[in-house]
Design a protein around this ligand. Structure first.
Ligand code: PEP
Ligand code: MG
Length: 616
């Protein structure tokens, strides 16, 4: 009811009568809304929203002691005074620069901010809910913005933009110095954002961030991969929803079906609470597989290795039953850092992984894959590129920064004496790149030898096959490496020319596309005669609907996010190699990704009743 008063006052800015809503309409703001996105890490979470908007303001719903309410209202008064003063100052600047008709817009903003009705609405909300004024500002203004947007009238839509501006102006005064870092949250929340960069995601504290959901992003973007590394249920590519949610709103994140449910009704809530319990028991039943080998019904052993981004994840991989580490993405040692990590720092990280995994299990350390959507220290990745995924990324960056590359290889080689370490070069697109990388490795070995430092001289060297040119040249590359690791995340994006982090092309970006299947088949066939081992380490290897296909095509090592290992193991143990080959042949006959996926889903259901249930 209270909002109506301010809304009436707002009509001074010529709002038509029909937007003066009733209390029941205001209540309807809290009706349940559901958004469909892309699920990137499974799990169901019920919790409270924390909107991390593009300005980076975090507005948690904090309870305020009654004794501090007066102080909070004082802060509100100061913030409104400062925000209106700033708007008036900007009005003068604009008047002088481009004319008073434009300055008047800011004058109107100042008037709105100064309106006593706005002040009393926010104050009333703070006192009634015993919350901070920033929370009250968000609640009141965002709901009003939402209401204005719902009116199909362009005049109203631009009023909503004015209100958005006003909200930002007031919040900048209130939050200003109190802007929280994502890494230092003090209560469990579900983060909602337009986008999160890989470095912001890497800094999330999984004990406080129960889940996150973003408007943009694709299934295999590095932000999504990090959600898996941190084991945070996550949704990306939800489209525009941030304006419809306020801090403190109750949410359900369904990381299996890709749903974000805002303000769930009682029935939905009850259904999901039951689901939470069932999910936990399913996980427990999969846990039982941990000690069992990944062997097909007719006795073929499949190696299931873990993908990691941080050294501390290695223990978790073993807990999930991994046979080693098949992909250590070392660039995460560099992301979000101001300085390039020293040789010693890198060596310690690599040694930590190798020691945790033990000397009898492989650890594949991939050299730096910076660039694309992964940005490291300023000194390395500050040149803006028009197409970063097609630019100086990965091995290209290393071959232009030989000292950096050598430092990393020294650290890897020094760690190699502690276990079964293997080196993997990312994003190789020509044979010359591979040869150059191997030459640098040979020089580093000589240097270490001259310095009397120990390393494994015959360390196995592999190449990622993640660019179509490498797949087409697999026969040639096979003669110069010990193993291939197929990076389907990039192979899919480069084959289909569909950005892996762009939700608008998510329907094109599909590992089941017949073009991708043909490339994988070609790679495996090229590797066989050269006795080159083939691993698949993109997200495809953690999706159960592709397990039978990959086995049937002749892949016998899969490297995947640790959480998906038990489920993939269940599929491996439920199928014979003979049957897998038959399924792969039939899949290869399909003409579209949709047909391939439908066929594979149907086949997978025979061994795993709900293939879309736990993993994506
Ligand atoms: C891939 O491209 O499939 C891969 C494993 O590498 P990344 O996801 O780090 O690019
Ligand atoms: Mg890749």
């Amino acid at each position: 009811m209270r909002l109506i008063t301010w809304r009436k006052s707002f009509s001074k800015w010529k709002l038509p009568e029909d937007c003066h809503s009733t209390a029941s309409k205001w209540e309807s703001f809290f009706l349940m809304e559901t958004f469909q996105g892309i699920a990137v890490y499974p799990g169901v979470v019920i919790g409270s929203a924390l909107v991390y908007d593009t300005e980076g303001y975090l507005i948690p719903k904090k309870k305020v002691e009654v004794s501090r309410l007066e102080e909070e209202v004082g802060r509100l008064k100061t913030a409104l005074r400062e925000a209106s003063a700033e708007a008036r100052k900007n009005q003068e600047i604009i008047n002088a620069k481009i004319g008073s008709q434009y300055g008047a817009i800011l004058g109107a903003h100042a008037q709105m901010i100064e309106d006593p009705v706005l002040f009393s609405e926010i104050k009333g909300f703070v006192e009634k809910n015993r919350c901070t004024p920033e929370f009250a500002v968000c609640q009141i203004l965002r709901k009003l913005i939402q209401e204005l947007k719902a009116i199909a009238d362009s005049h109203m839509a631009s009023r909503a933009l004015d209100l958005k501006d006003i909200e930002k102006q007031i919040l900048s005064k209130l939050v200003g110095l109190r802007k929280q870092e994502l890494s230092s949250l003090s209560e469990p929340v579900i983060i909602l954002a337009h986008d999160l960069s890989p470095s912001e995601t890497a800094n999330l504290n999984p004990r406080m961030v129960q889940a996150f959901a973003t408007e943009v992003g694709g299934r295999t973007s590095h932000t999504s991969i990090l959600a898996g590394a941190l084991e945070i249920p996550a949704l990306v590519g939800l489209g525009k929803f941030i304006d419809k949610v306020a801090d403190g709103d109750m949410l359900i994140v369904d990381g299996n079906a890709g749903l974000l449910i805002v303000n769930p009704d009682q029935d939905t809530l009850a259904r999901y609470r039951g689901y939470e319990t069932r999910n936990r028991s399913l996980e427990i039943s999969l846990e039982a597989l941990k000690e069992l080998p990944a062997v097909t019904l007719d006795g073929h052993s499949i190696a299931l290795l873990g993908n990691i981004e941080f050294p501390h994840e290695s223990g978790h991989c073993l807990d999930k039953g991994a046979d080693g580490i098949g992909l250590y993405r070392t660039e995460f040692l560099f992301i979000g850092k101001e300085q390039i990590p020293s040789e010693e720092e890198q060596f310690q990280a690599y040694r930590e992984v190798v020691e945790a995994v033990g000397s009898n299990r492989p650890v594949v350390i991939r050299t730096l894959d910076l660039g694309g959507d992964k940005f490291g220290p300023y000194a390395l990745t500050h040149n803006p590129e028009k197409n970063p995924f097609l630019g100086v990324r990965s091995i290209r960056l290393c071959l232009r920064n030989i000292e950096l590359f050598k430092t990393q290889m020294r650290a890897i080689l020094r760690a190699s004496v502690y276990g079964d370490v293997r080196i993997l070069f990312p994003m190789i697109s020509t044979i010359l790149e591979l040869r150059q990388a191997k030459m640098v490795l040979a020089e580093v070995k000589e240097d270490l030898h001259d310095e009397g430092l120990a390393f494994r001289g015959d360390i196995p060297v592999g190449t990622m096959i993640e660019v179509p040119s490498a797949a087409l040249l697999a026969e040639i590359l096979a003669k110069e490496v010990s193993f291939f690791s197929i990076g389907t995340n990039d192979l899919v994006q480069y084959t289909l020319a569909a950005d892996r982090s762009n939700e608008d092309v998510a329907s094109l970006y599909n590992p089941g596309d017949p073009a991708v299947l043909r490339l994988i088949d070609m790679i495996v066939k090229a590797a066989g005669p050269a006795q080159v081992a083939v691993n698949v380490c993109g997200e495809m290897s953690g999706d159960p609907i592709y397990t039978i296909l990959l086995l049937g095509l002749g892949v016998n090592t899969l490297s995947l996010s640790p959480h998906a290992i038990p489920e993939i193991k269940r599929v491996v143990r439920g199928i014979s190699m003979e049957e897998a080959r038959r399924v792969a042949q039939e899949a290869m006959r399909q003409q579209s990704a949709r047909d391939v996926n439908n066929y594979l889903r149907e086949q997978t259901r025979k061994v795993l009743p709900d293939p879309d249930g736990l993993a994506f």
